[in-house]
Design a protein around this ligand. Structure first.
Ligand code: TXA
Ligand code: MG
Length: 533
């Protein structure tokens, strides 16, 4: 299918509205972000939306209307607060969740018996809804998981070939999606946006903000808004949030400036002091500007080929809470704090002597986190088991627990499957490791992680140590230690990263050549130099 970018002329809007009525999809601008619209009353249209976005179909869509009265047909049970808020904030960036009526298909609501309704404050959007003569279901018009589109070009990047028309009316005003509030039961904000808690409370009195706005979901916790379950708004590069003042931010960046692909997202005031390449997203106090630029900046980092982006944490005032909430999701809740603990990464091939080194560090004030143990614990959680069985089939689960051997057989010597395994588990493991770092009550932390680089955790380390040893020595050691045949040992070693990889990527290399006392004294020397700094 050829996708046309068209300006919102009368004839374009008429054509688009005919497409919507008949069940096709059209991307259109709103005051928040671009939406991917379909006829909200046709289950088949909503299915097409999920397909085009690659979105899980249990994540419900927002239904857009042009007159308050249209809400009567979408809900049989509109509470008083609905009218108070609609009167005050519509058209505008507020979405209200209310019980749904029978005419709203379950495809649109992701199987829920509630429906999210909003009236956008954008002439093109309102004209399109009116001309269509039906309410328009529209999520943000990005591929699922990517940053939301704030320009028509962003929609084109993600959805070209999948939809017939993108109506191009320039940049969106706000740049973050609408505030979502549930009015089923006590009012609660599920997603922050430009309409803030304070603004809402002036109209209807006290409202809650869901914990999920600023914290990751706990295991097994029931979600109020299915959208909160998923990683979101994420560019291809890895995102970290940095908490601290400008000076601390630039000091932190200086400590890692020689790494490839490192960028910063900072405030306009900070550009003179940054030791790494950067993009800015407005001045410190201009939360509106930050909101309007955030998503397009995240996309720009991908174009620049960034591998890691450190974002200076914005204020959480007003619309700033929405910016912070989107950043938390883009980063997978990875936060780095100033004055943080000193984190030393340790990696190397199996049998190289990492354990010996980590014991020495542990006896000398270091808190040691063993990533293999964390990985083991994580892979036994319900969350991991669910993801693993989705990706590798039910046969790797036995009586509800992971059958490591079965999984091992699948990924062994299969690069694609091994990558899939890493992609599934590493984010969960990283999250656990960051929690462990947070909890550790020591200043010095040694992170013993064979897959330090694969997991991206090297980016939170001040320094990475690589331990290497001659191949024959490694082979002998792991044959003895793990009772392997020579063949098994060789195959295991050759599936790991090479010496050269560690030499190229670690800050410090320690060689372990069978002279244990020489190795130990190198370890002590290193330990002391780290503690002195
Ligand atoms: O600003 C916006 O709201 C944009 C523009 C296009 O209008 N739309 C948008 O839609 O952001 P979407 O699908 O990307 O996000 C909708 C959010 C999701 O987090 C979804 O889970 C939640 O609203 N939601 C929708 N219906 C819901 C319901 N019945 N109950 C709970 N959450 C709901
Ligand atoms: Mg979205």
């Amino acid at each position: 299918m050829k996708t046309k970018l068209l300006k919102p002329t009368e004839s374009v809007l008429k054509k688009a509205s005919r497409l919507i009525r008949r069940g096709s999809l059209v991307a259109f601008p709103t005051e928040t972000v671009y939406g991917l619209g379909g006829n909200a009353l046709l289950g088949s249209s909503s299915q097409k939306i999920f397909e085009a976005k690659g979105r899980p179909s249990d994540n419900p869509l927002i239904v857009h209307i042009a007159e308050i009265d249209e809400a009567f047909s979408l809900s049989s049970d509109l509470p008083g607060n609905f009218f108070k808020l609609a009167e005050k904030f519509w058209p505008g960036p507020l979405t209200m969740i209310v019980p749904k009526s029978d005419i709203v298909p379950f495809e649109t609501t992701g199987g829920l018996d509630t429906v999210a309704i909003r009236m956008p404050n954008n002439e093109t959007a309102l004209d399109l809804i009116r001309l269509s003569g039906v309410p328009i279901a529209a999520p943000s018009a990005n591929s699922s998981g990517k940053p939301s589109p704030t320009k028509a070009e962003h929609v084109f990047e993600d959805l070209a070939g999948k939809i017939p028309i993108i109506i191009d009316a320039g940049n969106c005003n706000y740049g973050v999606e609408s505030t979502v509030i549930s009015l089923v039961g006590e009012p609660i904000i599920l997603r922050p946006g430009a309409v803030t808690k304070e603004m809402i409370e002036e109209v209807i009195g006290p409202v809650q903000i869901s914990d999920a706005v600023t914290s990751p979901l706990k295991e097994g916790e029931k979600v109020q808004s299915p959208g909160m379950k998923y990683k979101h708004y994420a560019p291809n590069c890895e995102v970290f949030i940095f908490e601290g003042n400008s000076e601390e931010f630039s000091e932190f960046l200086a400590s890692i400036k020689n790494k490839d692909g490192v960028y910063a997202l900072c405030f306009d005031e900070e550009i003179n002091n940054l030791p790494v390449p950067y993009l800015t997203f407005g001045t410190v106090n201009d939360e509106f500007k930050q909101a309007s630029l955030l998503f397009s900046r995240l996309r720009e980092f991908d174009e620049l080929g960034a591998s890691v982006v450190y974002v200076h944490s914005p204020s959480r005032e007003g619309i700033g809470l929405a910016v912070y909430n989107r950043l938390l999701r883009a980063s997978g809740f990875k936060i780095i704090e100033a004055n943080r603990k000193k984190i030393i990464g340790l990696c190397g091939q199996s049998g190289s002597g990492k354990t010996t080194l980590s014991k020495i560090f542990e006896e000398n004030d270091f808190f040691v986190i063993n990533a293999d143990l964390v990985a083991r614990k994580v892979s036994d959680t319900d969350k991991a088991i669910k993801l693993l069985s989705e990706n590798f089939g039910e046969e790797i689960i036995e009586n509800g627990v992971l059958n490591r051997k079965a999984l091992g057989n699948i990924v062994f010597n299969n690069k694609g499957k091994l990558e899939l395994l890493n992609k599934t588990l590493l984010p969960l493991i990283s999250e656990e490791i960051l929690k462990a770092i947070d909890k550790a009550d020591r200043k010095f932390i040694l992170l013993d992680a064979p897959t330090l680089f694969e997991s991206g955790m090297n980016n939170v380390c001040h320094l990475v140590i690589g331990v290497i040893a001659p191949f024959d020595l490694l082979k002998e050691r792991i044959m003895k230690r793990d009772s392997l045949t020579e063949e098994e040992a060789i195959s295991r070693l050759s599936s790991q990263k090479s010496d050269q990889f560690f030499k190229d990527n670690c800050d410090i290399i320690i060689e372990n050549n069978n002279d244990i006392s020489a190795f130990e004294s190198k370890a002590y020397e290193l330990l002391n130099s780290i503690k002195e700094k």
